[in-house]
Design a protein around this ligand. Sequence first.
Ligand code: GTP
Length: 553
Amino acid sequence: MWARLKVFRSDALRYSNKSRGSAWNVASFHYLDVPKKKGKVGPLQERRMVDRSTLWVKGGEGGKGCWSYRRSRHDRRGKPDGGNGGRGGDVILECSPAIWDLSNLQHHLNAKRGGNGLSKNKVGSRGADKVAQVPVGTVIHLVRGSLPSLEESIQSPTRSPDLAPWELPGAVGVETDIHTHTVESKKEKHYSKSLNVDQISTANELESKTDEEECFSRISKGLHELSFKSDEGEDFPKISKEINGLDLKADEEEYCSYSEEDVENDDEEVQSDYMEMSSEEEEAIQYSVAEFTKPGQRIVVAQGGEGGWGNTSFVKVSKRTKTTRHEDVHPINEISDEEISSSEPNCEGQPGSEAHLILELKSIADVGLVGMPNAGKSTLLGAISRAKPRVGHYAFTTLRPNIGNLHYEDYFSVSVADIPGLIKGAHENRGLGHAFLRHIERTKVIAYVVDLSAALDGRKGIPPWEQLRDLVMELESHQPGLSDRPSLIVANKIDEDGTDCVLEELKGRVKTVPIYPICAVLQEGITELKTGLRKLVNGEEVQRLELSAIMVD
Ligand SMILES: Nc1nc2c(ncn2[C@@H]2O[C@H](COP(=O)(O)OP(=O)(O)OP(=O)(O)O)[C@@H](O)[C@H]2O)c(=O)[nH]1
């Protein structure tokens, strides 16, 4: 097959100048027949998974309040009729099933500014929100700035009513807020706004504590819990089938077409993120302040600033504060004369909140394949699902996690995550390190894939029982208790000579966990393995692989 290519002459311009006529008088291009390339080409093939990203967010500034007077022939002095400025837009992260990694996320997200107030009591328009989409399983860590909050739903009873032109921004509902508008710190205000009614009391209690860190961590814990609550108040299961079902389309794609160079660059990016961060900042990171577990969830990561006051509002406040001061019945009396005199009319809108976040994607799969490099994990994933991960006869072919879906005849499905190979010392950053282990933090089941032929015929590999010991140790080094979940062992490469004896020995050395001998290449033993995985995912079997249960020389 041939394709016709239009090739422009590099000297076309020179020709046209010489001729001093139009460029079109000269034949400035010609056609070239080139062979058509087969298969998928272009950027799609080079797509790589980005599972970690830094984000700087800023809410829109509030619009300016208007200072104007309505004058008429009957009223020469005029009455104030300046409207309040509009509220700035929020930066919102939305969980979408159509997104599978963080590669499309911009690093800086700024919401729009609110509109300025106008005469005739017209309130400025609200700034447009900036909405960015993230995949299911995204976790937010807060480096600096204000805590994210759940977006208030339109039907929510706790939602504050929209501001009417005669109401003050920041003074909705509670009279004393007139005072807080100027006196309350930004952080306090943010807490009372971002958490729901039950939590405000907790936030206030915490505020009184001197230990600010504890306060932050407890509130963030509350938020974390919030992100798992449904509208009815029910807890979402951390690994729900509904979420896993979202990956159905994904397994048809080839995820693992990255060149090593790409990955190095990618890792460098992540490294540089850390490098840019000072040690103080690293210490101050609040981990997992919120996470997305369900499509459609929305979290406000930066709030827009309130609009400035128009002169109508300012006159109302000054009148109200004066009358209540004389009546001597309201807590607002506590405002001192100095404060009243210092509360200058503030037409300027307030700036939006800012935050520096780290987003991390923790894939949500039912089963995690864990094994040494070259054990055959990718081949196995290809054999049991429609995923087509890259397979190679050299170590570390898999450089990014792959997820495939395992379908059963009765439409039951199990998602399986294949993560890059681990070696002894991975927790000390040997090999590809253990960074990818976060992708199995949420898996229900671990399938340890071992290569039976690794130490056969004088090969330099490690016997399967030692592979298992190293793998469990690496999991525990990454996160204590990570290996404590239902597990099975996949003994791969039974087609190789001499593996029968190794299999028997393995069965003798590890007795607590079921062992499934398979040949991933020839797809032997796959049916039994699928049944075994289903039993573990369903909770029918719960055997765990413990270090003490592995007999090593
Ligand atoms: N003989 C035999 N070879 C296999 C079998 N399964 C996989 N292999 C080979 O083992 C090599 C490694 O396979 P992969 O699937 O890339 O292994 P992996 O565990 O994903 O390796 P990493 O990407 O390094 O983690 C390839 O050359 C496969 O062809 C098997 O059942 N029998």
